[in-house]
Design a protein around this ligand. Structure first.
Ligand SMILES: [Zn+2]
Length: 364
């Protein structure tokens, strides 16, 4: 009898779907990433996100780790010494990094801990975890030697260079679904074939930073490894998800990344005060859940950076839905969706244009 029970339990274990081990990194100092009163980037969003996740009992199977500051050596893998010095100086005096990015006193330490959180989350993918999350990450506007758009250090590039050196990783995919184009990451990797950088964003003719046109596909060795899909204001969930399905899974399947970095910005939500892509809550569940599936097929290593979101009340619900998608939990938040299909023809045309420019590089 005991023997049969053992056999049955072994068979059921073998036939179980591969269960992902999840972690989230966090530090109370994350909430010091506050660019001042009247600035869209408010400081307490990471704490509010964690509070909601705990209240909903979402972290019971998610191991939490304390973020640590990135070292200057870590940051210098992606940024120039001159730029790092500039941030350090501003951090002592206070001032402006750029016209839209105030530098509060202490920002060097705060940005270092956000970056360190992304490094720790990346490292944990090599320590039995398959899906790791940094709620204060995805600072994709920071370039090697300059920045704007509320970003100081490009934690995406910092973690890529860290993993390249520490774990000898050779093929990285970035899937950047923040509403803004990831211009900093693009600039750093535009000539690099080891980083496939895909960005879906609101059309640069209608939104900061103005870049990310469809025919910018990388240069020299990097040609074909930058993918930009600019979307019209009012895109809505249905068209967005169709575009996602047509572009992202097939390219990743062909590229075969060893790690996927997913910038899951929720400033695409219809209540966001800075942008107009008009996604609904359910989109975030679907996108995160599909990113998880893609990671299961590709490499079992998914690093999730929560990215932008400037209506804090709806952003934390959207992040909750991302967690539901990553944990494969169906009790995600839903809302009436009045915004889909409005721009379906424009989106279809953009997707066709993108497929056309990528034809020499990817079968789509
Ligand atoms: Zn953004």
């Amino acid at each position: 009898m005991v023997f049969y029970q053992l056999i049955i339990s072994l068979i059921s274990k073998l036939s179980m779907p591969h269960n992902y081990m999840h972690t989230i990194v966090y530090h109370d100092d994350y909430n010091k990433y506050d660019l001042g009163i009247d600035h869209p980037l408010v400081g307490n969003k990471p704490k509010r996100t964690m509070d909601l996740l705990k209240e909903k009992n979402m972290l019971k199977d998610v191991k939490e780790f304390l973020a640590e500051k990135a070292t200057e050596k870590d940051i210098l893998r992606a940024h120039s010494q001159e730029y790092v010095n500039k941030v350090k100086t501003l951090s002592k005096t206070g001032g402006m990094l750029s016209a839209d990015t105030p530098a509060p006193i202490g920002i060097f330490e705060t940005a270092s801990i956000a970056t360190g959180g992304t490094i720790l989350a990346g490292d944990k993918l090599f320590d039995k975890y398959n899906c790791t999350i940094n709620p204060l990450g995805g600072f994709h506007h920071a370039g090697r030697a300059s920045s704007s758009g509320f970003c100081f250090f490009n934690d995406i590039a910092v973690v890529i260079e860290y993993l390249r050196e520490k774990h000898n990783i050779k093929r990285f995919s970035v899937v950047d679904l923040d509403v803004h184009h990831g211009n900093g990451t693009q600039d750093i990797y535009y000539r690099d074939s080891t980083v496939l950088n895909i960005s879906f964003h609101q059309d640069g003719r209608t939104l900061y930073p103005g870049t990310g046109a469809v025919d910018f596909i990388g240069k020299e060795k990097g040609e074909g490894y930058t993918v930009n899909l600019p979307l019209p204001p009012g895109t809505g969930t249905a068209s967005y998800l169709t575009a996602f399905n047509e572009i992202i899974p097939p390219i990743l399947e062909q590229f075969k990344p060893e790690i996927i970095i997913y910038q899951s910005g929720v400033d695409t939500h219809h209540t966001d005060p800075l942008a107009d892509l008009y996604l609904s809550y359910q989109a975030y569940f679907y996108l995160a859940n599909n990113m998880l599936k893609i990671s299961k097929d590709a490499c079992d290593k998914l690093l999730v950076l929560f990215g932008g979101g400037y209506n804090s009340d709806s952003s934390i619900v959207s992040y909750y839905n991302i967690m539901c998608g990553l944990l494969e939990l169906e009790h995600y938040a839903k809302e009436q969706d009045n915004f889909s299909h409005q721009k379906s023809n424009v989106v279809k045309n953009q997707v066709l244009k993108l497929k056309n420019v990528l034809k020499p590089h990817w079968a789509l």
